[in-house]
Design a protein around this ligand. Sequence first.
Ligand code: AQP
Length: 339
Amino acid sequence: MKPFDRTQGKRVFSGIQPSGDVHIGNYLGAIKNWAESQDEYDNIFCIVDLHAITVKQDPKILKKKIREIAGLLLACGIDPKKSSLFVQSHLAAHTELSWILNCFTPMGWLEKMTQFKEKSEGQACLSTGRERASVGLFDYPILMAADILLYETDIVPVGEDQSQHVELARDIAKRFNVIFDSNIFKIPEVKIKKETARIMGLQNPEKKMSKSSELAGDSILLLDSPDAIREKIMKAKTDSFNEVNFDKERAGIYNLLVIYESFSEMGRGDIETKYEGKGYAEFKKDLAELVIEKLEPIQEKYNKLPESEIDKILQDGAEKIRPMAEKKIKEVKEVIGLG
Ligand code: AQP
């Protein structure tokens, strides 16, 4: 296994939460690009299980999902010989740095985070929302800052919704460096993904496809059977216009077209020409077959991966990256006078 170094160029940190079933939004918006960028960047891929527990998880399911997500990342082309793949909770340095950063971050900075407001409101149905949300959910961005800053990350590719958290990580790093008159933390750059990387729900195309969506048929899962994919796409919400073109005002068909575009890698003009004069039903049938065709090799590879092999890759991944994380923690402790 290649030792942890920077020979592959700029370092990129990316995370995925084992908070549910991986869907084509995760794949098209993140995992596919991760796999394709492995020769260009020095990539760190982290299964962020500590982030997942900021909202309620069933322990048995969580454990299963951690391994499942790792297996899917491997099946999608993440190559542990080229990239680092590990589980966040396997390295105590993440929580250790997170605590230290907690102590140097003003509360007011966290109070501005819009994702906490949205996610804690989402829990309002359980009882009283904000008051019932965990401290961990409020503190989520600090843990994310620790993930990024531990590894001297150059670039953090995120969707629009996460860019505020990377800005916060930058502010925390700058403030810490100023307080201790050091260059201990590298200031990461945020890289916002293109609009086409945002896949919306099939039943509610106004909201992004999400692991935690409670709407039946809203997400196409990477491990969905061909019949399930056909059923979800045929039942996807559209409108009565019945013209297959990229019109953002018609969110349902627009989203299906973006999925088609992302999987087929055809240009928008070519897709519109192909479906000129044809209705939604014909387009949906083709889209379903395209998605099935693209997911089949991933599913095949995933089904052949023994659990023991996945566990070994995750263990090796953590061991490979551990020295880097521990070195940074040691430096930080020295600077602030701990230990
Ligand atoms: N709908 C989406 N379209 C494009 N990209 C998406 N991602 C998530 N949903 C979409 C990208 O997938 C990567 C991993 O996401 P995550 O697991 O860290 O958390 P998330 O963004 O909160 O994903 P989910 O699926 O919506 O999970 P839950 O429901 O648990 O919150 C990220 O790069 C993300 O941008």
